[in-house]
Design a protein around this ligand. Structure first.
Ligand SMILES: Cc1ncc(COP(=O)(O)O)c(C=O)c1O
Length: 385
């Protein structure tokens, strides 16, 4: 293991650049005074630019689950919500909406896939939902809802609100909140934005603001309160100021490098990693149209235990990849492709996985895998660290 720390290829949290982490060590300030107001407004402005919205942005001292719950607690009661079943996180989204008083219908699909857009259209027609709630990138099987934009358009044209959990996609995949007609979008700090965990946020369109329920089923996440306090650049409750600093710094890096470039870096790296892992005998778990760009899931080569591979990578090299969730536990390996990962880290991962396979007696040409990796990245630059 390296004194420089672990190499995180889990789907969040991700390695955080030292200057971004160091922001959190700044002297404490009052969250009811001018200096905080500047930080808060700058943070919200940068989030608006990353999300591509002119709407409201509310920031929470909570992980991504808090942001999703805030959306549900302020919109669900008495409404009908339709959810495409994409995995564990769509199940959580459906359950969260249900607990906050929605009648929820889930359009199921086989594990590692999503219902087709056509099926979603049919269910929209039948169920007539008030809300269509979607997970853009379902982190559990690594499923990307590739028709998100089209489904949002359909939903809006029928007068439904669109609610998107984009926790594992914001900053790592294409997104245009206003242009795509997303009324509520939830994101978090610790994934493709490459900041420490603990801050999450939602965007709210005008339609969303005018649809907030009168008495939300939450006290802490009462969005009207957040919007009221935001008028004077404050949060209703004590914010995690150090994490606000860090997230602001992480967003500054992304915007200075260029948002398009940051997202493209994730896409190119995803293509390179899929190829390199396939070269070593792994099989992509998700069919191409729904394959995630930020969480890559693979069935391991025959005879390889996911649990042992993960344990060996962690203990020998300090490299962390994830296993599956729920029914996929120990069946798939998930490789997080989030944040400022460079060529050095990619080669280290591929070489370490290759070395472990060889230790298990599996014939694998590690240098061919590295060649494939470099071939895909070539000309584009690893773009990372
Ligand atoms: C799609 C998705 N939604 C929600 C969450 C929950 O986020 P958190 O763990 O920050 O609460 C995650 C976390 O992995 C996620 O991937």
């Amino acid at each position: 293991m390296s004194e420089l720390g672990d190499l995180l290829f889990v789907p969040g949290p991700v390695n955080v650049a030292a200057p971004v982490a160091a922001e959190a060590a700044k002297p404490m300030i009052s969250h009811r005074a001018g200096r905080f107001h500047e930080v808060f407004e700058d943070l919200r402005d940068k989030l608006r630019r990353v999300l591509r919205t002119r709407g409201e942005v509310v920031v929470f001292t909570a992980s991504g689950t808090g942001a999703v719950e805030a959306a549900a607690a302020n919109l669900a009661r008495g409404r009908r919500a339709l959810v495409p079943g994409t995995g564990e996180f769509s199940a959580r989204l459906a359950e969260t909406l249900r607990r906050h008083g929605a009648e929820v219908a889930v359009v199921e699909a086989e594990v590692g896939s999503a219902p087709s857009l056509e099926e979603m259209r049919e269910r929209l027609e039948e169920f007539q939902p008030d809300i269509v709630a979607m997970v853009y990138n379902d982190t559990s099987p690594g499923v990307r809802l590739s028709y998100l934009r089209e489904l949002c358009r359909e939903a809006k044209s029928r007068g439904a609100l669109t609610l998107v959990d984009a926790v594992s996609a914001v900053g790592g995949d294409e997104l245009d909140v206003d242009e795509w007609g997303i009324d509520v979008l939830a994101g978090a700090s610790q994934k493709c934005l490459a900041a420490p965990p603990g801050v999450s946020f939602i965007s709210l369109s005008e339609d969303a603001v005018s649809s907030l329920v009168d008495e939300p089923t939450t006290f802490y996440f009462d969005l009207r309160k957040y919007l009221k306090f935001a008028e004077r650049s404050e949060t209703p409750f004590t914010p995690a100021v150090p994490l606000f600093y860090s997230l602001r710094a992480a967003l500054t890096v992304i915007l200075e490098r260029g948002l398009e470039r940051w997202i493209r870096m994730h896409m190119v790296r995803a293509a390179a990693l899929y190829r390199a892992f396939e070269e070593m005998g792994f099989v992509a778990f998700v069919r191409r149209p729904y394959r995630s760009r930020t969480v890559l899931s693979f069935k391991p080569p025959r005879g390889v235990s996911v649990r042992s591979l993960r344990a060996a990578l962690a203990s020998r090299y300090g490299i962390y990849v994830a296993g599956g969730l729920g029914g996929l536990r120990d069946k798939i390996v998930r490789v997080g492709n989030m944040g400022p990962i460079g060529l050095r880290e990619l080669i280290t991962l591929v070489a370490a996985v290759g070395a472990e396979l060889r230790r298990l007696g599996i014939r694998v040409d590690v240098s061919a895998a590295i060649d494939v990796l470099e071939e895909v990245l070539e000309g584009v630059g690893s773009g990372g660290g």
